[in-house]
Design a binder for this molecule. Sequence first.
Ligand code: ATR
Length: 290
Amino acid sequence: MEKPVISGKTKVCGVIGDPIEHSMSPVMHNAAFAELGLDYVYVAFHVKPEGLEQAISGLRGFNIEGLNVTIPHKIAVMALLDEIDPLAEQIGAVNTITNREGYLKGYNTDASGFLETLTEQGTDPAGKQAVVMGAGGAARAVCFSLARSGARLAILNRREELDWAVKLAREVSATFGGEIPAMELNEANLAKVTDGAEIVVNTTSVGMIPRADSTPLPTRYLAGKPVVFDIVYNPEVTRLRREAAAAGCVAIGGLDMLVRQGAIAFEMWTGQKPPEAIMKREALRVLEGK
Ligand code: ATR
């Protein structure tokens, strides 16, 4: 890949977060710009919470083309934008911003990235029974996109007080209707809700490096589950994904979702579809420390 020339015409996109140095987005987007010969550059900005407002003003001031937003700004940034896409509004989090002559619009491409990856692997969630483990930021995007597509949900979360799972279940059923059970993530409840489940999604950090030997779902609950989606991408193949594949499930990993959410943002900014295989290859190179 040729090193891009940065000139007076080069357009700028980027990502803000705190911390930000481990973001995969710069390598994915810059590889895609280079492959398509687009005169763009994508940079990571370390923005602390107290600097968020100035950073968003700077987006307008510097006429930056587009921005990704990551932890801890996905919620706080919403109040600083001109318009929020309805799905991002429901989820309550924005991870992508477009800038059209100073008019900033926020989207949630995590949600569309999840759903498109699922459907591309041959699963239409409409009418299916889905179990979501976890109730944090990623779970919100997953639950709202599943419910919007007509899936029936159950949500399990570690916290005993169940605040997050109950709150999320209430919000999703207030928007889309239906009873959504919210329970503690434990063996007894897993046994209950995974019986008959057609889609199981892990949105917790269980199985992520450095705890790659752990899994949120003991192997005995995998039998007869058509689809298991682990949104963890580090390692690329988690223990859950490996065991799900061995149990005969369609086992989907988080890297495809990561690439897809980036690809959706890329298209919003440039009007072009990026080469996702190249984005994935570059993300893997970073993950594997090469
Ligand atoms: P993200 O944006 O990736 O969703 P998050 O909002 O911090 O990150 O949410 C992390 C999720 O992983 C939460 O559901 C969390 O459960 P708690 O609400 O109980 O904290 C879940 N999680 C993290 N570590 C976990 C563990 N060891 N066992 C089970 N769930 C865990």
